[in-house]
Design a protein around this ligand. Sequence first.
Ligand code: GLN
Length: 453
Amino acid sequence: AKAQIAAVEQGRALNCFIVETPEKALAMAADSDKRLAAGEARPLEGIPLGIKDLYCTKGVQTTAASHILEGFVPTYESTVSANLWRDGAVMLGKLNLDEFAMGSSNETSYFGSVTSPWRRPGSNVKIVPGGSSGGSAAAVAARLCYGATATDTGGSIRQPAAFTGTVGIKPTYGRCSRWGIVAFASSLDQAGPITRDVRDAAIMLRSMAGYDPKDSTSVNRPVPDYEAAVGTSIRGKVIGIPKEYRLDGMPAEIAKLWDDGVAWLKAAGARIVEISLPHTRYALPAYYIVAPAEASSNLARYDGVRYGLRVPGKDIVELYENTRAAGFGKEVRRRIMIGTYVLSAGYYDAYYVRAQKIRTLIKRDFETAFAAGVDAILTPATPSAAFGIGEKGSADPVEMYLNDVFTVTVNMAGLPGIAVPAGLSSEGLPLALQLIGRAFEEETLFAVASAIE
Ligand code: GLN
């Protein structure tokens, strides 16, 4: 723990942590030392982790990287982080993210951008770590911690993992409790780990996952020993290659990475089949209706009365307006406006209801493929490697949204997805493949991912 605290201090230039908690880390580590000495080690005894600052942590400021929550100190602990402490992990601090987890580059944080430890060889341009879990991914990639919690509403675990050469898994919707995690789009949000390798992801997810009566959407099924699946044979497994993911204008190096993945899995004994997921092209526009709609409702609670920031006004309405105008950043305000619009009486059927229908069709596409015997689906994780800070999306937010084209389908369908490092781009930056599995069959993803790693 002491070495990791020193690493966190050294890594401050990357801006991964919003809050460091060295005293807490040392106290937890001292307890771990005692248990280790007594031969009573728990599964994660003494392992230093970072926590995305979207998870409420008892007695430790939780901001969702938003000015509106600055100074908010929860009186409760999220179920998922509590599960990690129950198993002996040690908390190093709270990790930076895009404001309210809205973004794909960690540039929307009120506490400033996070810098990836990666550089284009011979260049000093600062590279984004992806988002929204950019602090988590950069901290793991820079070895500031062994693993980090993250959340994924439309790719925010898998895309930053892909951009930083780390492993990130979004488990099946309902696998991890959402209780105590600041809500973005409740029907899409899932917790998961970002780690250095597939085995660590399996170990960490096992601790994080499990039924929680405090989250009505958490599912009461036993949590398997995911680690046991790592490195097992994938001989005879059927891997689907969805033809609709071969987008027009896909960069040659992404197409090649995908072909390499096919070749590696074939060599490991898997059977490769082409599949069709015909509604793929509607996923991104439908996601950017459903997610803002839910966000506009979830973020209504930040009124200047109950949490964090308060900017007074002459009456209560002005207090709400002043607080929300000062407290929310540009991207969050954009999402609230889009969400409020698509839920408004005149446009509800035209946008929100249609997006929900598309969501059902996307889900059915996957069900059809899995019913035909496919065990897992292989795609690229992102349409490109990471870009420089400030290089994308400043003029056109849609340019940033396009990063999520391969990841959002998985959230819309509630399925598990993992990003696993698979090579380097022509610029020398990490590239990753994504595997998508059947609901509650994360073990298959761990087995197949370890054949790629
Ligand atoms: N980039 C996506 C968005 O901005 C995904 C965010 C997430 O998964 N939290 O909505």
